[in-house]
Ligand binder design. Sequence first.
Ligand code: WTA
Length: 659
Amino acid sequence: MANRNGWGRSRSVPTGSPRTPPETFVEQANLADSDVYQTFDDDWPDCWHRAADLLSWDRPYETVLEDADPPFYRWFTGGRLNAAYNCVDRHLEEGRKTHAAIRWEGKHGECETYTYRDLYVAVNEFAAALRQLGVEEDDVVTIYLPMIPELPIAMLACARIGAPHSVVFAGLSADALATRMDAADSEYLLTCDGYYRRGDAFNQKSKAGNARLELEHDVETVVVDRLGEELPHVLGDREWDYHELREEFSGATVEPVSRDAEDMLFLMYTSGTTGEPKGVVHTTGGYLAHVAWTSRAVLDVKAEDTYWCSADIGWITGHSYIVYGPLALGTTTVMYEGTPDYPDRDRLWEIVDRNAVDVFYTAPTAIRAFMKWGEEYPERHDLSSLRLLGTVGEPISPRPWSWYREHVGDGECPVVDTWWQTETGAILISTLPGVDEMKPGAAGPGLPGIDVQVVDEHGEEVDPGQTGYLTVGRPWPGMARTLYGGDDQFRSEYWERFSEPDDGEWRYFSGDAAAIDDEDYVTVLGRVDDVINVSGSRLSTMAIESAITDVEGVAEAAVVGRSSGTTATEIYAYVSTEGGFDPESGDVREAIVDNAESTIGPIAAPDTVVFTPELPKTRSGKIMRRLLEAIANGDDLGDTSALRNPEIVGEIQATIGDG
Ligand code: WTA
């Protein structure tokens, strides 16, 4: 097992002193029953009916968990439901038509509110339009949109007609879009003319057009006019205008399609241990039940709340905790198009203040930036509406954790550090804010019903304080069911390493390293595979390496993540050039950055490119990534005796020192 971002380095396990949740919070918490862990354990897997009970079913399920064919588990079997009905219609029926469902904050200060009634109308009209375009149940619809209201509307319209959506992050490249559409055989695409990035109008439709050229099949494309006059809105063959379609179907209603609990709700492509993206399959019943349950139990979301998760809907966090979880609970979910520092560094706090946000959920990378900018920005605003704060996406060390609680949460709000993944669908590790004490630096124990274990390479649980592999010993409702078209890969990526099928023991491997303390609190240390987390995006180092080695003159490349305590993870690329290519002459460096941007997206552009005559290799010819990572991070290099070319280490360090 490669030993990448983390625990090969001697990293101490940082846990601060425990903090108890304030009584005022506990009194009003959705879940304040400290027996809940025991109750779930005693009654597992039937305990999960509590999650399913949060939903409205067309037909009740017969079995909570079917585990005849592990690791292909099935949840709430026999049950039927529709996700859009659960997230929209039923709230209307409960007399909450005029309650705000989505509050959208645009980049340039525009605001739009969609009540549940407005959302119902929009979702129905677009669902009718999709049908007219030929979308049938189980057809995969690709959505390539930035953070505009049409994105969740389209997701729910797909859910309404039983067509799985595959949302591709708007910042990914044309190549990345084409790869995903091809892999999913997706013949329908929703995109927009363009959107604002760092103040400039940016053409999205031309990227989508380039992707279509790469595909062998025809694609019906719907285009949202986001930029108005700023970009000419010209439609070509098989292209349709979103707003015209909505008008054509004005007032139309579409009966929600009753889906089997195990029917696919959506596909989400993510990075794995190979350069190829993996299509993670999530189904309707278990996923929706699990995100609703965790929104309620961990994020303490209530229908009357204004809740804001600042992630992008193009990734799993936005799917689960901007769209499906909060809307299933009938709350008001805030959606923000812009960046935290435009027009000024107090932008997020201005939005919290103006909308009286109750619960705020963001990423450590953002919190570290806030901390660097200084407390004067949150201090400009009244943040007293906040009741609970959350983080997700990376480990958060005690200092930013405490800063967040102090300067955003007024020293009062509980902070939940939530661990989960695209594949887990919903939060698996966190404190329950109405029950548990918090330990800054540790995410918390496995949630009720979640059997988290940190194990050594033989699968034996490690002692408290020791590091090991983060695994989950029992299935859970929101889990990925498989990889699209890749049952074997699903088994081998996540289950093979720590399961004993002959003994009927199945254990999910997350790809993360972690430590666990004597109260079962887990401190997540980072990935142990070829994945790095950069500003909330999950990237495969192999995919970046292959974009770099495609550049003329490049011989070999190795990419690692560099993370210091206070900055976001940076992409560090070590590159050797072919004989005769002088890396400093010509534009190799620029070509490397350009190619990473065009094959994956701007988020994949290396922050640092270090040229070296050779990469450090073991005698068996393997690039020693652990070493390259230690060099990038300024860590102790550890044992280098296995190197075939030890002299190269000094050369690389000298190059970096010069730079
Ligand atoms: C990391 C995002 C530490 C982890 C929801 C995981 C975290 C990967 C935490 C999944 C956390 C997520 N503490 N690390 N609270 N939450 N991670 O699929 O490495 O984009 O494997 O899902 O993010 O990233 P993904």
